[in-house]
Design a protein around this ligand. Structure first.
Ligand code: MN3
Length: 194
């Protein structure tokens, strides 16, 4: 069965004004769709066509890995945001962030620095590794799964994620993502059971 573009978890104008409907049209409708289309071209008629997306990611490299990983990354990224997001997490995730970063404000500062500091295209992640929360950055299509690390939340820092709305000002995009978009309930749902 072909790989499919999952539906967006909200209307395409839901994240405006931080992320405009125009950005969603290109980022979801063109970029994410293209990764799905390319993945199907690369897997059609091969053993990979019947594998799960995760199985393809873990067993591939090169162009196949890049397209499969970018399908997963973007599906995950859309879920990491919601209208009226940001603010403070609650419960176990809040406790774990305070334990491992000292405070929620310190986490926000460290995450922003990592996202802004990622050279070129890539991703900034909140991850869970060995029972501890950490920030990780990956280049291009790379993702925590490939390194045996559990992802809780991510911010896409490829230019296509912010250039329509913020031009070259990646720091402003990342700040707005942190302040207004993070879906902490989704991030908490990705924590391993303790
Ligand atoms: Mn992207």
């Amino acid at each position: 069965m072909p790989f499919e573009l999952p539906p967006l978890p909200y209307e395409k104008d839901a994240l405006a004004p931080v992320i405009s409907a125009e950005t969603i049209d290109f980022h979801y409708g063109k970029h994410h769709q293209a990764y799905v289309t390319n993945l199907n071209k690369l897997t059609d008629g091969t053993d990979n066509a019947d594998k799960s997306l995760e199985e393809v990611i873990m067993a591939s490299d090169g162009g196949l890995f890049n397209n499969a990983a970018q399908v997963w990354n973007h599906t995950f990224y859309w879920q990491c945001m919601k209208a009226g997001g940001g603010g403070d997490p609650t419960g176990d995730l809040k406790d774990a962030l305070e334990r491992d970063f000292g405070s929620l404000d310190q986490f926000r500062q460290d995450f922003k620095n990592a996202a802004v500091g990622q050279f070129g295209s890539g991703w900034a992640w909140l991850v869970e590794q060995g029972g501890k929360l950490e920030i990780m950055t990956t280049a291009n299509a790379d993702l925590p799964m490939k390194h045996g690390v559990n992802a809780l939340m991510t911010c896409d820092v490829w230019e296509h994620a912010y250039y329509v709305d913020f031009r070259n000002a990646r720091p402003n995009y990342v700040q707005a993502f942190i302040d207004n978009l993070i879906n902490w309930d989704f991030a908490a749902s990705n924590m391993s059971a303790s």
